[in-house]
Design a binder for this molecule. Sequence first.
Ligand code: AOF
Ligand code: ZN
Length: 347
Amino acid sequence: MAGTSSHEHDAMRRALVLAAGPDAPLHPNPRVGCVLLAPDGRVVAEGAHRGAGTPHAEVDALSRAGAEARGATAVVTLEPCNHTGRTGPCAEALVAAGVRRVVLAQRDPNPLAAGGAATLRAAGIEVATGLLEAEARELNRVWTFAVEHGRPFVTWKLATTIDGRSAAADGTSRWVSGTASRRDTHRLRALADTMLVGTGTVAVDDPLLTVRDAEDRPLARQPLRVVMGERDLDPAARVLAPVDGIASPSLHLRTRDPHEALAELAARERRHVFLEGGPTLAAAFVAAGLVDEVVAYVAPFLLGAGRSAVADLGITTITDAWRPEVLDVAVLEPVVAGEQPDVRFTL
Ligand code: AOF
Ligand code: ZN
C-alpha cells in the first residue's frame, strides 16, 4: 500500500497475530491488535483487546508504552473507536498520548463507534487506512458481517444420510453422523454465540444444545440457547436446564418469523447464530434468504424413508434449486475403529 513503510507493514502483521491471541474475544466485540512504533521503526509496545468491558487494543498498548507513546505511530487492525461504550474513546486516548501517526487496516463498520479517523485527523494526527484490510476483515469475518447487516450471521448445520434423511421413519436420529462429525459440530458450536432450534425439535429430540469437548478453545461462556416458535415448551426440556451445575442461559422466542427472531437477537448483541433445525425452521430461514453459511455432514448410509433435513422450499423445478457456492469439502476420518467416514460440505 502506498504511504506506509515496511516497518508499518510488519507491525500490522504482528497486530493481526496479537488480535487473534488465545484470549481474544469471540463475541460480541471484534478481535483487535495494536503495535506502537518509535520514529525509527522500533516496537515500543504491543496491545490486544480481550473482550467486552476490557481495554481496547490501543489503550492496552498505550498503557504499556507510558511516556514512550509520545511521537509514536500506532498500527492498529481496526479504526480506533470514537465513542464511550463499555470503555472510553480510543481516538481521544491516542491524541492525549501524543501519538504522531495512526495506520489502520479496517474502518469500523459499527456506526456507534466509527469516526475515529476523522477525530484523529482533526487533532493533526496523520492517518493511513487500508493496510492489510482484507486480512483484518477476514479475522473478524462474522463480527463484520453482523455489524454491517445489523443482524447475526447465520450458520445452518445439518446432518443427513446420503438420501438426505435426518431421522428414520420412527423418528430415531441418533446417530446420523459419526463421532468425528459430532466432535466437529461441537468445535463449530463453540465459535458461535447462539444456538437456535425450533419448538418442534425440542419436542422430538430434546437436545441439550451445549458445547461439549471443544478442544481448541476453553469455553468461558456457553452460547445462548434459543428456541423459536409459538408452541409451549415442556418445562422439563433439557434445553432449559443448567449444564453441569452452571447456569446456561436459554430463551424462548415466540415467533416463527426469522427476520423478527434475528432482530431480537441483534438487540442482544448476538453475532453468530448456529441453526440446528428442524426442517420447518431451516426452510423458513432458507426461504427468507437468512442462511449465510451451510455446514452439511453427509453420512454414508441410506434410509429410503424418514424425515428430510429441510421442509418444502416451494421449489418445483431443478433450475430453481438453491445452490450456494461450495467453499470446502472434507472427508472426516472416523475417530472410532470400525466407523465409516462422513463428508462435510461447507457452502
Ligand atoms: C477499538 N479497539 O480494541 C475494540 C474496538 O462498547 P465497547 O467498549 O465494548 O466497544 C465495542 C465497540 O468498539 C466495537 O463494536 C467496535 O466498534 C469497537 N471496538 N475498537 O478501537 C478495540 N475492541
Ligand atoms: Zn476503542
